[in-house]
Design a protein around this ligand. Structure first.
Ligand code: BGC
Length: 247
């Protein structure tokens, strides 16, 4: 049994837990801290080390990051401080974690990876698109189980407005939109994705997926849709998988 630490940095919370990477299950209950504000590299690194330090674990640590991240380097950070951009996040986080190796992956890619390996998209062939609806909109695209990393479709501009501003979980709460109104925005986003990449399956993840039954019947799209099955643990599990596979 291989157990590795997974950390999920989000726009509003940071979660961590040790994960059995052979089964995709948490071996201890996850712990969570609010994302510090301002979410600078130093304040977030400190929060990550506080969280991870609460567990007894060894080996590499997988970290899901809410922006584009390539070979450890941050490309975008829409819901954190802009000072992240261009930074080697893997090295920064490693230095606050007693120099343990850190493997970084986009947070939605991590959640999608967990769903493809152990969750709602397990064994599904073709193009699977996971959409996470939280502070932002994250997307993860897989073809026959293989990830095309760092797709950022949540920033698609539809009728002059970024999709993330209208169809994320935060948009629904902040604007106090009714479910129907918000679902129409989400539907428009999914239809735009259908036109562009022709998915075989959508997986809806993020905190709001717990309320999937409240909106799924009103989503009129051609592609089959399933709720994510790993819920809030998906990002943690996928980050640990990334560490195991050294993405
Ligand atoms: C970021 C994505 C991220 C998503 C969810 C977006 O604003 O650009 O990289 O996956 O939020 O956190």
């Amino acid at each position: 049994m291989t157990i590795l630490m997974g950390v999920d940095i989000g726009g509003s919370g940071i979660k961590a837990a040790p994960v059995d990477v052979g089964t995709g299950t948490l071996t201890e209950p996850r712990r969570k801290l609010a994302t510090p504000r301002p979410a600078t590299p130093d304040s977030v690194a400190l929060a990550v080390s506080d969280l991870a330090g609460g567990f007894d674990s060894v080996g590499p640590i997988g970290v899901g990051f809410p922006g584009v991240v390539r070979r450890g380097y941050v490309g975008t950070a829409a819901n954190l401080e802009p000072s992240w951009i261009g930074l080697d996040a893997a090295t920064l986080l490693s230095s606050s974690l007693s120099k343990r190796p850190v493997v970084t992956i986009n947070d939605a890619d991590a959640a999608g990876l967990a769903e493809v390996r152990f969750g709602a998209a397990q064994g599904v062939l073709g193009v699977v698109v996971t959409v996470t609806l939280g502070t932002g909109i994250g997307t993860a695209v897989f073809n026959n189980g293989v990830l095309a990393p760092n797709t950022e479709y949540g920033h698609l501009v539809i009728a002059g407005v970024e999709a993330e501003r209208l169809a994320s979980g935060r948009a629904r709460n902040a604007e106090d939109m009714g479910w129907r109104h918000w679902t129409r925005h989400l539907e428009e986003f999914l239809i735009t994705l259908e036109r562009l990449i022709w998915p075989d399956l959508f997986i809806i993840g993020g905190g709001i997926s717990a309320e999937f039954d409240r909106f799924c019947a009103d989503l009129h799209v051609d592609t089959p849709i399933r709720a994510a099955s790993l819920g809030n643990d998906a990002g943690i599990v996928g980050a640990a998988l990334a560490a195991a596979e050294d993405f």
